[in-house]
Design a protein around this ligand. Structure first.
Ligand code: FES
Length: 571
C-alpha cells in the first residue's frame, strides 16, 4: 500500500505535522493519523438547494461506511446551487462551484472524495472538480423525488409547471387552479422526477463509471439509497488503497457510453455541455459531433417526461438504469471501467425489464433514432443542437420568417402583444442568451409561444436560441447555437422577416441571406449595449474567460487537469 497523500500533512514529528494533527484532534483519536485514508465527503446539502436538503442524511451513511472500512470521514460543505433559486441562472455558477471544489479538494489533507450531488449543476460541477484534481472519487447521486399527484393525476415537476402555465396563458385553466397545483408539485425530498438534467446527470454519473453500480436513480426517500451510500463509504476506502483515480476510470469509452445512454434514456440536452466540460478537464477527446455520430441512431427506450409519460420512480420500479443499458449493451464499450475496477457491462447480466411500458425492449422502441442532432449552417458555424425526440415531427423540416428577440427582457416585453407579427410558421429567435451574452447561458431556449397562437391551438413552433433548454422542457427547439450572438456569431445579425430554414435530417440551420450581405450587417444596438455593461467579481471573470457551448462552456483556464499536489506551505 502506498503512503496516503494525507500523510504529507500528518506524518512525522516536525512542527507542521504537530499543527495539522493538533487542530484536527477534536474527537479524532491519535490513530486517526496513523496512515489510514482520510475521505472528504463533498456535501452540497443546503437549505437553499431544496433538491439536496437530504444529503446530510446520505452523508452520514457514507461516513459509517468509511469508518467501517478503516477510513476517516470528513464532512466538506461545498458550493451548492439550487436550480430554481439562484439568480440570474445556476449555470453562471457551475464553473465557480467546480473551481471552488477543485481547490478545496487539493488544498486539504484528504486522500479521496465522495461527491454528494443531486440538483442540476451539482453533480457536473463536482465531477469537473474531481477530474481536475484526480483524487480517487465516487459520486452518490441524491436521487429523484417521489411522484406527486394533482387531482389524481401524476405530475412531473418542472415539465408540468410549463404545461400548466401554458394552459393558463391559453385560457384553458384558471389562475386559482394553477396555484392549487403548487403544493402537489414537490412530493418528497429529492431532485426533479422527470428525465430532466438532474435525473440525466445522476444516471450518467453511473454510466461514466463514477458511482457504485446500481445506485443511480434510486429515489431519494428509498432506504436503498442509504444502503448504497453506506457501501460507497466502504468503496472509497478501497479505491484509495488501490489508487483508483478518475483518470483511470474515465476514458473516451466512458463518455461514448454516456452518449448512448443519454439517447436511450431520452436525457437532457444539458448533458452535452456538462459531458464536454468534464471530458475537457480530463483531456479526453470528445466533441459535440460525437453526440450526433454515436447517439443519434440509438433508439429511445424510456418513456419519461418531458417527452413521454412516466416519471423517475416508475423507471426505478421498471428495472432502472441497468435494464435500459442491457438493451443497448452491444453499443457500449465493454472495456469502460467503473469505480469498482470492473467494467460497466459486467453489472448488466441480472438486469430485467419489469414494466415494458416504461422501459421498452430494444425491438419495440419508442423511437428508432433518438439522441442529439448537431446542426451546422450559416446560422451556426460551430454547431447547434436539437433533441428530435422532444420536437414535433412535422417541424423537423421547416422554412419560415424569423421573429427576433434581442434578450429575455425584449421577449417578455413583446411576446404577449396582440399586434406581434407572428404566425404558426414563424421561427422565434432569441439571442443574447449564450455563456457570455446573458451571461451564464440560461435555460430559456424553449421560449413560450405567443398567446394569440396558443389560443388558436398552436402548441409548438420552431425556436432558435444561443442559450440552453431546461431538461424538463420539450418542443422543436434549436439551442446552444455557437458562436453565440454576443461572441460575434451570425445569430446576432438575423433580422425579423429573414427566412430561416431548419432541416434536421440534413443537419442544416441557415438563414437565406447571402454570406457577404450577412457579414456586412451590424449587430442589433440593444444587444451590443447589454453586453457592454460594466462587470465585476465572478461575472467579470466568467464573461472574460468562458468558452462557447460547443466545447462545454468551461472557463478557458480551468480546462485540463493539474492533479492533487500542492508544493508549498506557509506555517
Ligand atoms: Fe433541483 Fe430540478 S430544481 S433538480
Amino acid at each position: 500500500m502506498t503512503t496516503p497523500r494525507s500523510a504529507q500533512w500528518y506524518a512525522g514529528t516536525d512542527r507542521n505535522a504537530y499543527i495539522h494533527r493538533a487542530w484536527m484532534r477534536r474527537g479524532l483519536p491519535s490513530d486517526a493519523f496513523d496512515g489510514r485514508p482520510h475521505i472528504a465527503i463533498a456535501n452540497t446539502a443546503s437549505d437553499l438547494t431544496p433538491c439536496n436538503m437530504h444529503l446530510d442524511e446520505v452523508g452520514r451513511s457514507v461516513e459509517n461506511g468509511v469508518r467501517e472500512a478503516g477510513g476517516v470521514p470528513l464532512n466538506l460543505p461545498v458550493v451548492s446551487l439550487g436550480e430554481t433559486q439562484v439568480r440570474p441562472t445556476a449555470m453562471l455558477w457551475r464553473n465557480m462551484a467546480a473551481m471552488a471544489a477543485e481547490e478545496m479538494f487539493r488544498a486539504n489533507p484528504v486522500d479521496g472524495v465522495v461527491l454528494l450531488g443531486g440538483c442540476d449543476k451539482t453533480i457536473p460541477a463536482l465531477l469537473m472538480a474531481a477530474a481536475s484534481v484526480d483524487l480517487p472519487a465516487v459520486v452518490v447521486p441524491g436521487g429523484p423525488m417521489l411522484t406527486g399527484t394533482f387531482r389524481g393525476i401524476p405530475i412531473g415537476c418542472g415539465t408540468d409547471v410549463w404545461r400548466l402555465s401554458e394552459e393558463v396563458r391559453a385560457g384553458t385553466m384558471t389562475q386559482t387552479e394553477f396555484l392549487r397545483s403548487e403544493s402537489s408539485m414537490i412530493r418528497s425530498k429529492g431532485h426533479c422526477n422527470t428525465m430532466g438534467t438532474a435525473s440525466t446527470m445522476g444516471l450518467l454519473a453511473e454510466v461514466l463509471g463514477m458511482t457504485l453500480p446500481g445506485i443511480a436513480g434510486t429515489p431519494a426517500p428509498d432506504s436503498r439509497l442509504l444502503e448504497g451510500a453506506h457501501d460507497t463509504g466502504r468503496l472509497i476506502v478501497e479505491m484509495v488503497n488501490a489508487d483508483r483515480r478518475p483518470s483511470a476510470v474515465l476514458g473516451r469509452g466512458s463518455f461514448l457510453n454516456a452518449i448512448v445512454a443519454l439517447a436511450a434514456l431520452g436525457g437532457s440536452t444539458n448533458a452535452v455541455v456538462h459531458l464536454l466540460a468534464i471530458a475537457g478537464r480530463l483531456g479526453v477527446p470528445l466533441s459535440q459531433d460525437d453526440f450526433d455520430r454515436v447517439g443519434s441512431d440509438v433508439p429511445l427506450l424510456v418513456d419519461l417526461l418531458p417527452a413521454g409519460r412516466y416519471l423517475m420512480d416508475d423507471l426505478y420500479r421498471a428495472g432502472g438504469l441497468h435494464a435500459v443499458l442491457r438493451e443497448v449493451r452491444d453499443l457500449l464499450d465493454p472495456e469502460a471501467l467503473t469505480v469498482t475496477g470492473r467494467p460497466l457491462v459486467d453489472y448488466l447480466d441480472d438486469a430485467r425489464i419489469y414494466d415494458a411500458d416504461v422501459i421498452r425492449p430494444r425491438e419495440t422502441p419508442l423511437q428508432e433514432s433518438a439522441g442529439i442532432a448537431v446542426l451546422y449552417g450559416n446560422l451556426a458555424p460551430d454547431g447547434a443542437v436539437i433533441k428530435p425526440a422532444a420536437a414535433s415531427p412535422h417541424l423537423l423540416r421547416h422554412r419560415g420568417p424569423a421573429v427576433v428577440f434581442d434578450s429575455v427582457e425584449d421577449l417578455h416585453a413583446r411576446l404577449d402583444d396582440p399586434d406581434l407579427d407572428v404566425t404558426p410558421d414563424s421561427v422565434l429567435v432569441l439571442r443574447g442568451c449564450g455563456p457570455k451574452g446573458y451571461p451564464g447561458m440560461p435555460e430559456v431556449a424553449n421560449l413560450p409561444l405567443p398567446p394569440k397562437l396558443l389560443a388558436q391551438g398552436v402548441r409548438d413552433m420552431v425556436r432558435i436560441c444561443d442559450g440552453r433548454m431546461s431538461g424538463t422542457a420539450y418542443g422543436t427547439v434549436v439551442l446552444h447555437v455557437s458562436p453565440e450572438a454576443a461572441a460575434g456569431g451570425p445569430l446576432g445579425l438575423v433580422r425579423t422577416g429573414d427566412i430561416i430554414t431548419l432541416d434536421v435530417e440534413s443537419r442544416r440551420l441557415d438563414v437565406e441571406i447571402p454570406d457577404d450581405e450577412l457579414a456586412a450587417r451590424e449587430p442589433a444596438p440593444g444587444m451590443v449595449e447589454a453586453f457592454a455593461a460594466p462587470r465585476r467579481g465572478w461575472e467579470r471573470l466568467y464573461v472574460d474567460t468562458v468558452r462557447q457551448a460547443n466545447t462545454g462552456a468551461d472557463l478557458d483556464f480551468l480546462v485540463g487537469r493539474t492533479g492533487d499536489q500542492v508544493s508549498r506551505e506557509s506555517h
